[in-house]
Each structure stands twice: as structure tokens, then as C-alpha cells.
Design a binder for this molecule. Sequence first.
Ligand code: PLP
Length: 444
Amino acid sequence: HAVDSAEGKLAYDLDRAHVFHSWSAQGALKPFVPAGALGSRMWDYDGREYLDFSSQLVNMNIGHQHPKVIAAIKAQADVLTMIAPAHASLPRGEAAKRILAKAGSTFSRVFFTNGGADANENAIRMARLVTGRDKVLSQYRSYHGNTGAAIGATGDWRRVPNEYSRGHVHFFGPFLYRSEFWATTPEEECERALHSLERIIQAEGPKSIAAILVESVPGTAGILVPPAGYLAGLRALADKYGMMLILDEVMAGFGRTGEWFAFQGDFGDGRNSVVPDLITFAKGVNSGYVPAGGVVISESIANAFVDEVFPGGLTYSGHPLAMAAIVATLDAMDEEGIIENAATIGRDHLAPGLAELQAKHPMIGEVRGVGVFWALDLVADRATHEPVNAAVIGALKSELQQRGLLPFASENRIHVVPPCVVTTDEVASALRIYDEAFTAVEKS
Ligand code: PLP
């Protein structure tokens, strides 16, 4: 790896002098400065190598610098770098065709956006337009993006200082380890969460509610794999009250759970048992090599806009470089068995490896996840599930990074979220590093 510390120092100094960062107080930031990356590995300007078990923001599903995706972007750049959204273009059509083939036969169109937030923004807009209703129900434990309706739909702390949009109602989804419903089994948790949601729907007035919007597997909120029957229960409530079901697959989609779309997996209801009306995606669709997201639209919703104007659009909708990256990403994922790799890594390596870690370290209260989408829920007390404090998470992050692993931390959790291309050797190395880091933090 080329090492150029002067360049690394310049990158750091320019950042600290001029760049304004997301979701942060700017004063105390000390950003990591990657110099390069390949697959599941990154390196810094001092030549130190790291396993990227964050996948950046849980988006590098195909791994860093995949040669086929880079070649496709370069080839498209030589031909046509930008067209107006109203024009037709081959990479956009090819990308839409491929995404629809993965989504299933009830879907007929794709609307492309610049990322995940505007995907949710437009899905909410479509649901409101087709139902003629206003409210959107979403979970407290959720993140849907940093724009008007998307941040309004978000459940976590990031909504509160941004709450300017109307029509958002929140509810608690199932999460047995920290149950809001005094449940002791997954069945109870599921039944009570659905019962509580139905009571909210009735109290809000079903005819005022356009959609239920949930992440198929809530990600940043803690990788909350739904209990058997929950997604099917949401579908049933949406049907009963004439609401749309929007599944946010921005983080969970395109391989993260070992499926093309997380909702197609078997969460105990059988595979492909729940079909939403709208799917939102971004991140893994091309791993963000060029930013892109979108809404996969059911045929019946698409048909509502055959004669009616859809009042929404973006200059870069279906940007040729982003579309070329999508086509190459989806083809490489197919050809190289990348989705299958994520499923196998999860089932045969991360599930048993993380369970072993939990058995050894009392701080790990719960391990949950699927595919390459896992959370370690860290507790000060295994009996009460009291979360560890921020100092423990800070110490763990630093111990992990010193040992050559880039972690993803959220609240009291470490999320184990490597690229879908991660190898068994890399998982074995990462498990060793997690083990050592927990031991070091326990000692101190
Ligand atoms: N939805 C989910 C589930 C996400 O995890 C995110 C981002 O983390 C978003 C939406 C927003 O996507 P973006 O940051 O591309 O706007």
C-alpha cells in the first residue's frame, strides 16, 4: 500500500479547518483518514490495515473497490456522464429491470433518487397521493433519513430537533430483549406489539392514515430481527384499514441479511410471505460507489400515475454513473454468489462465533442478527439488561481500532456489519479482535 503521511496530514488538517460534519458537535472531532481500501480491508496513511466491520455506514455490501463496478463507472464516464431525468438511458433502464427482477412480480416500476432519505420522502408522497390520506405510522426505534418527511418518520433522537413536518405518528415495534409490552416470549411480544399498533390505528382514525413505514429489520436502532408473524401482521393491518405498507430496505436490502431484500427472508413466516406496496432502497444497491437510492413501486400504485401527474422529481434521478454502478453491482453479486456468501457467513461463522463471545464476556447481554447484520447489545448487568454507558463504548471502539478493526457503534451496542464479500479468514480475525478488545475493556 502506498503510504504518504504528508498527504494524510493534509487531508486531516483541511477537514478540521473547513469541513462541517453530520450529526456532530464540530469541536472535538478527530476523523479517521483512510488512504485506500479493497474488499473488507482499509488502510490509513501510515500503512496500518483495518478490517472494515462497519461497511462505512453499513453500505459497502459489495466491499471496497470492486473492479467490475469501477470499470463500469469508468466506461460510462467515457460515454455520457449526465442526462436530464426526463430522457431515457440504457443504464437506467437496465438498473430498473434488474431491481424489479429481484423484488418480485407485483412490482412494475422504479423511481430513482439520490439516496435513502429521498427514497422514503417519495414513497411517503406516493402513499399519501394514492390513499388521499395524510398520516404515516412508523416506529420509535427507526431511522429513515435526514429530509422533511423522512426525519419526521424517524423514531430516534434525530427526529426531535427536526420535527417540522406534520402527519407522523410513532409506535413501538417488537424487541423482546427490551420489551415495552412485558412480554416473555417472541410470540407474546409479536401479538402485543400488533395489538398495541391496531389500537393506535383505531385511536388515530384509520381513514387518516396513508401508510405504515417500517424498516424490514430495523438497523441503526439495534438490528431488531422481527419475530415470526410480525411483518405478516403489519401487512394484515395495512389491508384491513386500507393503508399502504412501505418497507424501508435502505440498510437491510441488497445482501445485508443474506437475501436480495430482507422481507423475502424467512423470519418464521416462510420465505417471501410478506409483500409490501412500496420498497425503498439505497446503500447496498451499488454500495454508494456513486450515490443512489429509489422506490420500487407496485403495479397498482404505478397505475395511479398513468394519467395523473406524479408531483415529484430530482435533477439526478437515475444518474448514468450511479446506474452503471448499480448494473455492475447487481451482476457481480449474482455472478460471484455474494448474497449466498452473506447468508453462509452469518449462519456458519458469525452466529456461532458471536455466541461464543457472548458466553465468554458477561458484558454481551444479547447477540442478534442474520447474514452480515449483527448487534452485540452490551449491558452493565445481565439480569436487568441495564445498558453500558458511553465511556465503555468509547473504550471498546478505541481498543478495536488499535487492533485493526473499524467498528460500528450505536448507543450501547457494537454492530458487526462487514461487507457481504467478507471471507471466513477475515471473520476469524475479527472475532479474535473483538475477544481481545472485550478482555482489555473488562480489565480496565
Ligand atoms: N433508511 C434507513 C433504514 C437507513 O439506515 C438510512 C441511512 O442510514 C436511511 C434511510 C437514509 O439514507 P441516506 O443517508 O442515504 O439518505
